[in-house]
Design a protein around this ligand. Structure first.
Ligand code: AMP
Length: 376
């Protein structure tokens, strides 16, 4: 299918989390229905969607029922098995393509694809045995980070190796194997660029943003990133290069490190809306979710410009979520809650955006002050 999806058509979204919820809300505004595939009853996405198939991502019957209910398929969760992806792709158009999903599922495939396209990453080695880990440590030096190649998120499935003696225990502990060893990047800051590419190959990219993590979970996104123009230009060019190299149709988040010596290297990519793009809902005429839906639906992509600068703060776990009444009572804080029943520690429950006139982003102390009860 190459033409635009007509109004009232149904977009299938694999995954029931907040990314699916916000994608479904954007799709509804454009006149589409969304149908969610998720194993979770009462998921954030299904609460705002026209339909849901409750089932496991690996269950062929559930995948078939889901595909039968939709016109096109996309993802908010990318860890569907190769067999599951092939089955979906045999039934309905899948965007981004299964090939892109597979690359993003596997850190070794991801890094080799990026490097082959001329995109720099941390130096890395695939690790299959304790001996290959010793050899990789000899080649890359320490500190280094040992990661699972698959199913890692928010710092899970990772171990920092400081001394050679750390290697054996980390290798034994991390599952599933194989693993990847990455040289430690001495970074000044973490940034990301979200890029959309349409069916016609047109590319638009949101402004580069700066990301701050706490306990391995994204805490703050500052838009735009406060980086030198040359670094910004390198980051923007790299994100477009990745989208081209993958022949992407859809949305892609490219997370990068700015090294202390002023270089940009890619950390990881995610072919879906991304937490570091939530600010675009409030600060841009068309959000990352709208661009996701537009690309998947074959609609033209509008410019990804921002009308305001922004700070986005995640609401993580019970303590921050308990501040919701005060957040709502604070002028200037724009609240988003995802409808999750239980605020477990480390769980992303919502986010808050604060807008500033373009060019008027405050420094760190000003950001904390602007977040009111959340900045303390
Ligand atoms: P990841 O799951 O790969 O995004 O890693 C989670 C976080 O760990 C990143 O946001 C960084 O703060 C840190 N990290 C990951 N890989 C490296 C690396 N090679 N060098 C330094 N820090 C890293």
């Amino acid at each position: 299918m190459t033409s635009a999806l007509p109004p009232n058509a149904t977009i299938g979204i694999v995954g029931g989390g907040q990314l699916g919820r916000m994608s479904a809300l954007a799709a509804a505004r454009l006149g589409y229905r969304c149908h969610i595939l998720t194993p979770e009853p009462d998921s954030p996405a299904a609460q705002v969607a026209a339909g849901v198939t409750l089932g496991d991502y690996e269950d062929p019957a559930a995948l078939r029922a889901f595909a039968a209910a939709v016109d096109v398929i996309t993802f908010e969760f990318e860890n569907v098995s190769a067999e599951g992806l092939d089955l979906l792709a045999s039934l309905k158009p899948v965007r981004p393509s299964p090939a892109v999903l597979r690359i993003s599922q596997d850190r070794v495939l991801e890094k080799s694809t990026l490097n082959a396209a001329g995109v720099p990453t941390a130096p890395w080695r695939e690790i299959t045995t304790p001996a290959s880990l010793d050899a990789a440590i000899a080649a890359l030096g320490l500190p280094a980070i040992l990661k699972t190649t698959r199913l890692g998120y928010d710092g899970k499935g990772q171990a920092l190796l400081r001394r050679p003696e750390d290697a054996a225990a980390a290798f034994a502990e991390l599952e599933p194997k194989p693993l990847i060893l990455e040289g430690f990047v001495d970074f000044a800051c973490e940034i990301s660029v979200i890029v959309a590419r349409g069916q016609d190959g047109a590319i638009v990219a949101f402004d580069t943003v700066e990301n701050r993590h706490r306990d391995h979970i994204l805490d703050l996104t500052i838009a735009p990133a406060r980086i030198a123009p040359a670094i910004d230009a390198a980051a923007q060019a790299m994100a477009r290069q990745v989208a081209e190299a993958l022949d992407l149709v859809g949305l892609l988040a490219v997370e990068m490190f700015v090294t202390t010596d002023g270089n940009v290297v890619v950390n990881e990519i995610a072919p879906r809306p991304h937490n570091s793009g939530h600010w675009t809902i409030d600060a841009c005429p068309a959000s990352q979710f709208e661009l996701h839906i537009r690309a998947v639906a074959g609609l033209p992509l509008p410019p990804a410009g921002r009308h305001s600068d922004a700070v986005m703060k995640n609401l993580v776990g019970p303590a921050e979520t308990a501040l919701w009444p005060e957040i709502l009572a604070t002028p200037g804080l724009i609240g988003h809650l995802y409808g999750k029943a239980e605020a477990r520690p480390g769980r992303k429950m919502g986010h808050v955006t604060r807008l500033f006139p373009r060019g008027a982003l405050p420094g760190d102390f000003g950001v904390a002050a602007a977040l009111g009860v959340l900045g303390r």
